[in-house]
Write a protein that binds this ligand. Sequence first.
Ligand SMILES: [Zn+2]
Ligand SMILES: [Zn+2]
Length: 311
Amino acid sequence: MDFSLTIMGTASARPVADKYPSAHVLKIHGRLFLIDCGEGTQLQLSRYGFSHVKIDRIFISHLHGDHLFGIFGLVSTMALMGRTAPLYIYAPVGFAEVLAFFMEHFGEGVIFDIIHVPLTSVNPQVIYEGRSVDVSAFGLNHRIDAFGFLFREKEPARNIHKWKIEVDNLTLTEIGALKRGEDVVRANGELLKVEDYTYIPYKGRSFAYCSDTAPFPKLASYLRGVDLLYHEATFAEDLHDMARTTFHSTGAQAASVALEAGVGRLVIGHFSSRYRDLNTILEEARAIFPATEIAREGMKFDIPLIRYSEE
Ligand SMILES: [Zn+2]
Ligand SMILES: [Zn+2]
């Protein structure tokens, strides 16, 4: 029942000595979702022990090279490793052209289907419904079309309070209805309310990804209450104006979004290579939102499962 984010790359624009461009692995119930795929992603996947073939869905935020250049190498390696399972890539509309070019020149050994799901909606829209997780995409505020992603673990079926079965002589039909979340009205008019007879065994967890983007008014409303938020923080406040003109965020701005959205924890990344020391960005963010962490290559952020038991 794992739900964790592992950072493959924290650099913006280009790789530098020990920093790779954007790529992140979200592991949910043993399944691997790759979010962005900057140059060197396949090396990073190997370094941190993730199997290339186990990735079946890739989410590309936008078509800037620092979020995309790794996909050609990764897809080629998947082909070399004999992949046959389809690969789903959720990416802006323009990716179709990029994919067609790749397939025309380098696609000879690719025998699996690559299904490009185009991202189009500015408002949050569900783009994938799985057994254990739903994913929605929403428009960001960048120089070109860019999208954020929200991963929400499905809520499990409700459990019945066992001690109430005997006390109130619940029938199998009544138990079934209550577990499905339906109130029961008995023949004598007695009302059995779902919340009095059942509980959710654990809370569905959530993760949101926002990169690249400048702040915009609606963003926090898309991220309300998520457990973990990854938000870009390309600059410190000394380059506030540059952040605005390049449609990026400062650490402090990322923290303001986290605070307004009431998220559990914030991870910031996508740092400009001009900052050797990231402490200033971190301190500026923590002054606004204390539960902020700096992303570093290989770091893993677990979202623990909170189980509810019978009272
Ligand atoms: Zn970028
Ligand atoms: Zn960008």
